[in-house]
Design a protein around this ligand. Structure first.
Ligand code: AMP
Length: 506
């Protein structure tokens, strides 16, 4: 696999260079990354033998997370990253669904893993293994071709997350393109890439593997630092960041800080965005604050390996009245716009964005029915994105979702996921979640529920429901407000009348 070969080359050529630098959990060099992951891979292979099930990797921003990812794939097994922000119930259900025989964790406290029928390896144990394992694994054991490299679970409309499988070939296709984003690969060796997204969110693939493929240093920024603006600005000032990878929401938030500017972060070369719409306003503010840095808008779903199109944002685009384009596809990808009847739409007309080519996933983990709904293969892989868009002058433009999936601060949420979890609560007969919008972006979520009548203490009851949801769903999926209805308004075909509900949240 090209990516692993590149990392092996860095081990030979730049072993002392820092590969991963975390805010509070130390650093690892390319030498350590390769040796530690090679020895752990040997251990995994010895212990697991014929069991090729994926391995869950649980933790946050520790450099050990990356050592573990590489250990899994070098042993020939996919990894499934789970961040500490994922609620315990969801982590447990993912462990069960993957049937993993081993879990690697970078967390000292990991009670959530205790009930699992799998061997749990933490950092202490990993270090013991590395001390006694004489050799690294041989490269012929590593995942390659259509073998799954990682599985990322995303929100599923039924209330059960979907595991997107990304193969070694998919990731090679992605990184062979992503190393050219902003500047060429020659400029990226030794460069510092910011990691903001949790590793369980596929946006992190852009910083992690673009950095490792090009011999850069990944600066991981933990949640605690991200939640403290002055600590965050201090970290930015000290980190010599060159490449910024985040959702536009995160950059918009940082734009409010005076330190977030070229004087304080003079090494910034490019801002790479993905995951949600980049607005002209945010792009303009960034241009003012970082006049020398490039701004690159990219687009793509987890199902097509993070991103498939890119546009370098010009001043002309920023200052026009048109929303910013998401750009042109990479060399291994084809984008088509299809109408409801499946026919290709002419230039400028809206339809569903169909993504085809080498980045497209092999499908959802052990879920043929879901896979068959959105993927198809005619010698080439194709994915129905569920996104609406159009092509104008060669550039793809994203317009809106065609279903009930939304983006909230860059996080992908199926409203059905929240609704189905609400329906599991006693007394709730009907549930519909509606996003409250501000300037085209989701500001927060409002849940309408019926079946519980008109409680005496709606605030207290609402809090109880939110607390119950928190056990199952990540924080960003918890509705801000719960509205109790006598009866759910419905459309003539019996579905929740979202239009009427939307009218009630304004
Ligand atoms: P995820 O799988 O979490 O990366 O989410 C993928 C979805 O995010 C896409 O299907 C789009 O709906 C949305 N998305 C990704 N990139 C962009 C972008 N540049 N502009 C607007 N929406 C985007």
């Amino acid at each position: 696999m090209i990516l692993l070969e590149r990392i092996a080359d860095h081990y030979n050529d730049i072993a002392d260079q820092t590969a991963v630098d975390s805010v509070s959990d130390g650093v690892v060099s390319y030498g350590e990354l390769w040796e530690k992951s090679g020895k752990l891979a040997n251990y995994i292979e010895e212990k697991m033998g014929a069991d090729k099930s994926p391995i869950v990797v649980y933790g946050h921003k520790q450099p050990y997370m990356i050592i573990y990812f590489l250990a899994c794939v070098r042993s020939g097994r996919a990894y499934c990253p789970e961040d500490i922000s994922v609620p315990d119930d969801r982590v447990r259900s993912i462990i069960e669904r993957t049937g993993c025989g081993m879990i690697l964790t970078a967390e000292k406290e990991h009670d959530v893993l205790s009930g699992a029928a799998a061997e749990v390896i933490d950092i202490d144990k990993a270090e013991e293994i590395e001390a006694v394992q004489p050799e690294m694994i041989t490269e012929d054991k590593a995942v390659s071709g259509s073998d799954t490299f990682y599985i990322i679970f995303t929100s599923g409309s039924t209330g059960t997350p979907k595991g997107v499988q990304i193969s070694a070939d998919d990731l090679d296709s992605f990184t062979s393109w992503s190393i050219h984003l902003g500047y060429g690969p020659e400029d990226k060796e030794g460069a510092v890439f910011m990691n903001q997204a949790p590793f369980s969110f596929d946006l992190s693939v852009m910083d992690l593997y673009t950095s490792l493929a090009s011999g850069g240093t990944l600066k991981t920024i933990d949640r605690k630092t991200q939640d403290d603006m002055s600590a965050l600005m201090k970290t930015f000032g000290e980190s010599h960041l060159n490449y910024w990878i985040s959702t536009p929401s995160f950059a918009t938030m940082c734009c409010g800080m005076p330190e977030f500017c070229e004087d304080h972060m003079p090494d910034m070369r490019a801002f790479l965005f993905c995951g949600e719409a980049l607005t002209n306003t945010t792009a303009r503010r960034l241009r003012e604050k970082f006049p020398k840095a490039k701004i690159v808008n990219t687009y793509g779903p987890t199902e097509a390996t993070c991103a498939v199109t890119s546009a370098e944002i010009t001043d002309e685009m920023i200052n026009s009245d048109e929303p910013l384009p998401v750009g042109v596809p990479g060399p291994n990808t084809r984008i088509n716009i299809r109408g409801l009847d499946g026919r290709e739409m002419p230039e400028g007309e809206r339809g569903e964005i169909i993504i085809s080519g080498k980045n497209v996933s092999t499908g959802y983990f052990r879920d043929e029915a879901q896979t068959d709904k959105v993927f198809f293969d005619d010698g080439m892989r194709h994915y129905h994105s569920g996104d609406e868009g159009f092509i104008k002058e060669g550039q793809l433009h994203f317009t809106e979702r065609m279903d009930f999936q939304i983006k909230y601060h860059g996080y992908r949420i199926e409203l059905g996921d929240i609704e189905n979890n609400l329906l599991k609560e006693p007394g709730i007969d009907a549930a519909a979640v509606v996003p409250r919008m501000r300037e085209g972006a989701v500001k927060n979520l409002v849940a309408f529920i019926a079946g519980m009548g008109d409680p005496k203490d709606p605030f207290g009851e609402g809090k109880k429901i939110k607390d119950a949801l928190r056990e199952k769903l990540p924080d960003y999926m918890i509705p801000k407000k719960i509205v109790f209805l006598d009866k759910m308004p419905v459309t003539p075909n019996g579905k929740a009348d979202r239009k009427a509900l939307k009218g009630m949240v304004r």
